[in-house]
Design a binder for this molecule. Structure first.
Ligand code: GDP
Ligand code: CA
Length: 338
């Protein structure tokens, strides 16, 4: 296994807000290292595209955009998604026309990104090339790769007493934004994933990394979806780099989002150890190391019994310094694996 004590090439499998905040901390840690006379870190990000949605004729990629805007300085930091100084005139006008869906928030500034993306896709460029073009403006400081150029859409089955089967299927965005994840998720289905292939550069970024990190992104609909793309799972299992993850569950709860509901629907224990053991130890699973929050220190033993090197450290991404400290802990843990 490659030494990770001072990694040069780091590859991160990221969702939206949780992944983006983690990446901010990773770049902050890299800058601290450079200031201390060390070498810079080359970061590749494999982002989830299962949340992508066609809306009002536009292709929207929430997780790619959250990472791009966050690292490029364009994010609304309070909401965690969408643009700063946003206005909402276009969606108000659409609402006035009675055009559905009315629950999907599309800001006026944000719309420009979706217009550029959609035009390029319609001109025949793959999503990876479109993302690269959008990043030329935002300069996120990482190489941002969609997990796949193919269409994959996460759908959620929910109870529906009026449907003959007793359930119906909604897009993940509808489950999360319109239904606020308040109804049970009977199943989570990444439609199209079986036929999807990794986008150019994805497998290479994982196989040639010195360190692969799983940020505290949602284990089912962010990291889980990325690992569900055939070829990405194998690359993570066989990369010579250590693979280290950080728990999105702290003291038995998700920090934000809907990981709890989705873990429960899969029958996975909602705990830091539950998620780590769900990913599992390589080579059958995906992990060499797993960080849990200090409040979950009691779960380190169960993880180590499961073959995963574990440590308990503060895992709240309150600011870039705190997040950079999490990155340092992940690098240290990687250095201590096999
Ligand atoms: P999304 O695509 O916007 O939902 O973002 P991600 O999937 O990348 O990340 C969502 C996950 O990040 C949630 O399950 C949260 O529990 C987790 N998360 C958010 N903030 C923090 C934090 O400060 N610490 C930890 N440990 N997890 C966090
Ligand atoms: Ca997401």
């Amino acid at each position: 296994m490659a030494a990770a004590a001072s990694p040069t090439r780091v590859t991160v499998l990221s969702g939206g807000v949780g992944g983006a905040r983690f990446l901010q901390g990773l770049l902050h840690w890299s800058a601290q290292r450079v200031a201390a006379g060390g070498g810079p870190v080359e970061v590749s990000v494999v982002a989830n595209t299962g949340d992508d949605m066609w809306v009002h004729g536009l292709k929207v990629c929430p997780d790619l955009d959250t990472v791009m805007y966050t690292l490029g300085g364009g994010i609304d930091t309070e909401r965690g998604w969408g643009r700063t100084d946003e206005t909402w005139h276009a969606v108000e006008e659409l609402k006035a026309y009675g055009v559905e869906p009315t629950w999907f928030g599309l800001g006026d500034r944000d719309l420009a990104t979706h217009l550029v993306r959609t035009q390029m896709l319609e001109a025949g460029y793959p999503l990876s090339a479109v993302t690269e073009a959008l990043c030329r403006r935002w300069q996120p400081g990482v190489r941002l790769l969609p997990m796949t150029d193919d269409r994959v859409e996460t759908h959620v089955a929910i109870p529906d007493a009026e449907a003959p089967s007793g359930q119906r299927v909604v897009h993940f965005q509808e489950y999360w934004i319109r239904l606020r994840a308040e109804v049970p998720a009977l199943a989570v289905v990444p439609v199209g994933i079986d036929g999807a292939t990794p986008a150019p550069g994805v497998v290479e970024a994982i196989e040639t990394a010195d360190l692969v990190l799983l940020p505290p992104s949602n284990p089912i609909v962010s990291v889980g979806t990325i690992l569900g793309v055939p070829g990405i799972d194998e690359a993570v299992r066989r990369t010579p780099a250590p693979v280290v993850g950080l728990s999105p569950i702290v003291a038995g709860r998700h920090v934000r989002g809907m990981a709890q509901q989705l873990l429960e629907s899969r029958g996975i224990e909602v705990s830091a150890a539950g998620v780590g053991l769900h990913y599992g130890a390589r080579p059958t699973g995906f992990l060499d190391g797993w960080l849990v929050d200090e409040s979950d220190a009691g779960q380190v033993v169960a993880l180590e019994e499961g073959g995963i090197r574990a440590r308990a450290v503060p895992l709240m991404m309150t600011d870039p310094d705190a997040t950079a400290a999490m990155v340092r802990a992940a690098v240290d843990l990687a250095g201590s694996t096999r």
